[in-house]
Design a protein around this ligand. Structure first.
Ligand SMILES: [Zn+2]
Ligand SMILES: [Zn+2]
Length: 395
């Protein structure tokens, strides 16, 4: 629980205010961790969140995008409105942490720390309701189904921003490998787009001893996989970022049989629409041409997922300024780099100005690992940050 560097404001009332009930929030985080729920099934989680927020005096709306929750608090006559979003869903992973509060739900795990993000926002919500000094409207948004890239889009199509208009929206993600409690801000592209492809290379099956009578799709797919990386290194501008990964390959079941087909699954990442489009054009063309050169055929099902997360400059500068003012420059990483992972908060930033920021989870297992755990030491500083951000924005 050692946070590097000293806070700038000594005796910060927000810090001591949150410290007074931090134990309860950590217990809540462990409870959420023990009962993780998959995308759009966050019923227990959503109920728990709504009941806490109601008890603190929020006007609570449930049922947006199924399990989504929005909590509203108005104070004074200010016209400014801020949205802060946390995600709630877990992943289909069997937990291997061995923690006392490890998942009770088989094959479901909070391996991305969304239990932590929810707890941080609840910690801030309680302070803001009890002692928040702001003049305007606060909308706290608890989003389902981030992991399948569907929750943000569904909340927006369910009228999120018409029903709860905001002037800006903010969200955060914990980040393993970044020093504990360290804040990171990126203006512009901050997280990558994500698209996927299923490629089936079809040849002609036959006896493993008589390859001349068959068309070997395994050899054709091996050639395609090798050539695939030339899209990144030869087609995409070297100054741009692109990732093409074959994460799954399946063919055959016996050593002496040439199979009929090979099935490949790919994921693609980019920071710009130009690169994204280039991958979308080049990869299917390459798969078809490579297969054809071996006498095989490639069938390509290329599916667009969601766009890169682009932070708005003005709101990012503002968000960074709040961190600098609250914690001092030692706690704000200079030159924080964009991440090649993806995040469906991208859709919210297409609809509204805002910024998505990062908080270091320390030296822990990576996100989506069966050994990952959210670091409770982040809750207090990150909640304090949300309070300061809301108070500064709404004053
Ligand atoms: Zn995740
Ligand atoms: Zn996540």
């Amino acid at each position: 629980m050692n946070i590097i560097a000293q806070p700038q404001r000594l005796n910060d009332p927000v810090e001591s205010g949150i410290a007074a009930y931090l134990d309860e929030i950590i217990a809540l985080r462990h409870d959420l961790h023990q009962y993780p729920e998959l995308a759009f099934q966050e019923r227990r989680t959503s109920k728990l969140i709504a009941s806490h927020l109601s008890s603190w005096g929020y006007e609570v709306t449930t049922g947006i995008a199924g399990t989504g929750v929005v909590a509203t608090l108005k104070r004074g006559d200010g016209e400014r409105r801020i949205g802060i979003r946390a995600d709630m869903d877990a992943l289909p992973i069997e937990e291997a942490t061995g923690l006392a509060y490890a998942s009770n739900n088989p094959d479901v795990m909070h391996a991305c720390g969304h239990d932590g993000h929810t707890s941080i926002l609840l910690a801030a919500a309680r302070y803001l309701a009890e002692s928040g000094a702001f003049n305007g409207t606060l909308h706290l948004i608890f989003q389902p189904a981030e992991e399948i890239g569907a929750g943000a889009r569904k909340m927006i199509s369910d009228g999120l921003f018409e029903r709860f208009p905001v002037d800006a929206i903010f969200g955060l993600h914990n980040w393993p490998g970044v020093p504990l409690g360290q804040f990171g801000f990126v203006a512009g592209p901050a997280m990558a787009s994500v698209d996927q492809a299923k490629i089936r290379i079809v040849g002609k099956g036959g006896h493993g001893a008589e390859p001349h009578r068959a068309v070997d799709p395994v050899l054709a797919s091996a050639s395609f996989i090798t050539a695939l990386q030339s899209v990144v290194s030869r087609n995409v501008d070297p100054q741009e970022m692109a990732v093409a990964t074959v994460g799954s390959i399946h063919a055959g079941s016996a050593s002496n049989v040439i199979p009929e087909r090979v099935e490949l699954k790919l994921t693609m990442r980019a920071f710009t629409e130009t690169v994204r489009q280039q991958l979308q054009e080049r990869i299917p063309a390459l798969a078809r041409a490579q297969a054809e050169s071996f006498g095989a055929v490639a069938e390509v099902d290329y599916r667009l997922g969601f766009p890169a997360l682009i932070n708005h400059r003005e709101e990012t500068d503002f968000a960074k300024g709040v961190a600098l003012d609250t914690f001092g420059s030692a706690r704000v990483e200079e030159g924080f780099k964009p991440r090649t992972a993806s995040e469906d908060f991208a859709f919210m930033l297409l609809a509204k100005p805002g910024s998505y920021l990062f908080v270091g989870n320390g030296d822990t297992a990576p996100l989506h690992s069966a050994h990952y755990d959210f670091n409770d030491a982040i809750i207090a500083p990150a909640a304090r940050y949300w309070v300061r951000l809301a108070e500064t924005f709404l004053n």
